[in-house]
Design a protein around this ligand. Structure first.
Ligand code: MRU
Length: 367
């Protein structure tokens, strides 16, 4: 696949501006700490693992400009505050800080750069592994929804695996391959028929704009649905499993992900549909005892009051859809309790969403 974050021949950090997708593929150059903070805060880059990787590069760029302790401290705090829910950001910043802490100023920038590069490489490797493990797990489930509801039709050829996903936990939410979509790409590449129901994911429409874009780019069959359609599709036996990404896993297995995930988990439980959460171990926050201790980002009201898109002539527009003066609340994430999660799918294996499962994910196969 091709990376979402890379350094060019001159060593300059580059990424894709996700705010203009799917209408335009525009590259973004990250030259300074401020460029990285802006990219994370304004969601030019988004998705927990990618936010972490850009944060790591932000610290490296800050140290290239000023390698003092004060600069390290300031850059760390400013980057960590750029988005609060995805723990991968703080995790990546802590890794870079630990790497440079004892080094003299002359060596810090190079060490930080090397660590940021390692974080990116490791993200790719984790997602490949999640793809392999998830493909094995999900392959078995093809046709289960129809069997469960007795709606299956006799036909020739292998049953299609129907998955439902929320938000975008694909290639562009990571350095490459994605988390929730990594098994999809793996199955598709090995010739397994797979189809993805893509929640539009209001208010920013990461599903409609980004997941649909990247699945189309890879030739994976998919259908965009309104956020509220998933329950009906599960009831009709048209979903074999739900698979989503994650921004933070608490020590008891509760998970934070894009707002609306919880409702999908409830519908999945009510209909006997397995609900998987794909998450690299870097998404686990052992310091958060449960979902209630995870900070939920509140974003600008404009994301809800206005819709952005393109006219037929390609020009970009933003139109108001909520009456002036109506109060608006815009929590960007929600918590899915561990009891609704079938399993956590990590690069180290498949674990129960529970205190014991999270502990095992943190310790088993740890380097
Ligand atoms: O607000 P976003 O677009 O950064 O939210 C992204 C998600 O909720 C993803 O599901 C999550 O970060 C996992 S990405 C592999």
């Amino acid at each position: 696949m091709s990376r979402t974050l890379w350094t060019d021949d001159a060593g300059i950090v580059r990424t894709i501006d996700q705010t203009v997708l799917p209408f335009e593929r525009r590259e973004l150059t990250l030259r300074t700490l401020d460029d990285c903070i802006r990219a994370i805060r304004d969601m030019q880059v988004r998705g927990a693992p990618l936010i972490g990787a850009v944060g790591a590069w932000g610290l490296a760029l800050a140290l290239a400009a000023d390698a003092s302790d004060a600069s390290l401290r300031r850059a760390f705090e400013r980057l960590a505050a750029a988005r609060p829910t995805a723990v991968n950001l703080r995790w990546a910043l802590e890794r870079v800080r630990a790497r440079v802490a004892d080094a003299g100023p002359a060596r810090r920038a190079a060490l930080a750069r090397a660590e940021a590069g390692r974080i990116c490489d490791e993200d790719v490797a984790c997602n490949v592994r999640i793809g392999e493990l998830g493909a094995g797990l999900l392959h078995e489930l093809a046709g289960r929804g129809a069997q469960r509801t007795g709606t299956g039709r006799a036909g020739s050829g292998p049953a299609v695996l129907n998955l439902l996903t929320h938000c975008n936990a694909g290639r562009i939410a990571t350095v490459d391959h994605g988390t929730a979509l990594a098994p999809v790409y793996r199955l598709h590449a090995t010739g397994v028929p797979v189809h993805v129901w893509v929640d539009e994911t209001r208010p920013r429409n990461q599903g409609a704009a980004l997941t649909a874009w990247e699945l189309a780019e890879r030739g994976v069959a998919h259908t965009v649905i309104a956020d509220n359609a998933g329950g009906l599709l599960m009831m009709q036996g048209r979903v074999d499993a739900v698979i989503v990404g994650c921004d933070r896993v608490a020590a008891n297995g509760d998970v934070a992900n894009k707002v609306g995930t919880y409702l999908k988990a409830l519908a999945a439980r009510d209909n006997g549909v397995p609900f998987y959460v794909a998450c690299p171990v870097s998404t686990i926050d052992a310091g958060a005892p449960d979902g209630g201790s995870i900070p939920i980002e509140e974003r600008a009201a404009r994301e809800l009051t206005h819709l952005s898109g393109a006219l037929d002539d390609g020009s970009r527009v933003s139109v108001r859809i909520v009456p002036e003066g109506s109060a608006v609340a815009n929590p960007a994430f929600d918590i899915t309790p561990a009891r609704l999660v079938t399993a956590l799918l990590t690069e180290r294996g498949v674990f129960e969403a529970s205190v014991a499962g999270v502990r095992a994910a943190l310790t088993e196969g740890a380097p």
